[in-house]
Design a binder for this molecule. Sequence first.
Ligand code: NAD
Ligand code: UD1
Length: 339
Amino acid sequence: MNRTILVTGGAGYIGSHTCVALLEAGYSVVVADDLRNSKEESLKRVEKITGKPVPLYPIDVSDEIALDRVFGQHHFDAVIHFAGLKAVGESVAEPLLYYRNNLNATISLLSCMLRHHVNVLVFSSSATVYRDITSPISEEQEKGCTNPYGWTKLMSEQIITDTVKTNPNLSAILLRYFNPIGAHDSGLIGEDPNGIPNNLLPYITKVAGGKLDKVHVFGNDYDTKDGTGVRDYIHVVDLANGHLAALDYAFSHTGTEAFNLGTGNGYSVLEVIDAYRKASGAEVPYVIDPRRPGDVAQNFANPKRAHDLLHWEAKRDIMNMCATSYHWQQLNPNGYEES
Ligand code: NAD
Ligand code: UD1
């Protein structure tokens, strides 16, 4: 059966990789993305990789009238909801921007789904929803956030859960991503952040590519294996496949379920720098700086629930994450800009 999936935010980093996975699995996709943090070129690359069309509606998903028109033009079997702003620091500086965009997008989407009898939703949540980060982190650990971005994820989870409770035909999967990195093997799509990256991997990638001088390691006095922060890095292609597994589950269940998507392995900043050097053969100079405010020592997933119920697990290792990231950088030194 050919199913059609609405992918909000599908032109972005995780969305574009998930569109490839969906198309390769035989789904049709329609993307709604106003390109505020992405380029249409990413979807052209998805078309190039898969040889299949990716229709784009360049709308703000929180504009319910515009979104309703898209629902009127297609029969969607499910929605994957990536659209949202995601920069933690920016969310602290501009909380209303984040609450308005991320919450209105979720509400507008659920309203259209109910009106058009679309019953299946997969939502991009984050490991940032956990207050108790005793690792490995299980889904039932205590929730709570330290910044507005995180709250928009936790509040969206609540809005979705409450909506599903009163609409028994609905099925929603909340996917709590750990730290997605890496790029598609083709090197045609990857992470293309604006300006100087905040996150570790895009920063290392720019250093390895000669665009930035050196990596600033934020603290080497944590209580971890080598004193630097430890995180659960997950390859974006594994993450994309997690969405396929979530869809399969959602098509045969109702109610709301939450799953961690992580590898269950923690790597320190120095281990990641070392892996990147080995995978790329490039120099990655670094300097130790003070801790970044708000950072925690370590944080990694217990991914057992996703193994048991979704029959999914991450397959790619840190070397592959670094190698594909470098490949994307080498082929696209200015991201999507040049083409
Ligand atoms: P991204 O910025 O590359 O992709 C998000 C896309 O949504 C962008 O293309 C942007 O243009 C679009 N968008 C934002 N608001 C919109 C709106 N109102 N209407 C239409 N389009 C809109 O980010 P990403 O890394 O691909 O993340 C995708 C989702 O996963 C986000 O919801 C993010 O919060 C979540 N997430 C990401 C990470 C991560 O580390 N990348 C971790 C946990 C959760
Ligand atoms: C951050 C966000 C989190 C979001 C995630 C997306 C914060 C506090 N948290 O997580 O909400 O879901 O990104 O992937 O911003 N590091 C350096 N030098 C750098 C950058 C990072 O040493 O230039 C270190 C950090 O201290 C941390 C590790 O690298 O130990 C990973 O950092 P980062 O990639 O920013 O991710 P998180 O902080 O885990």
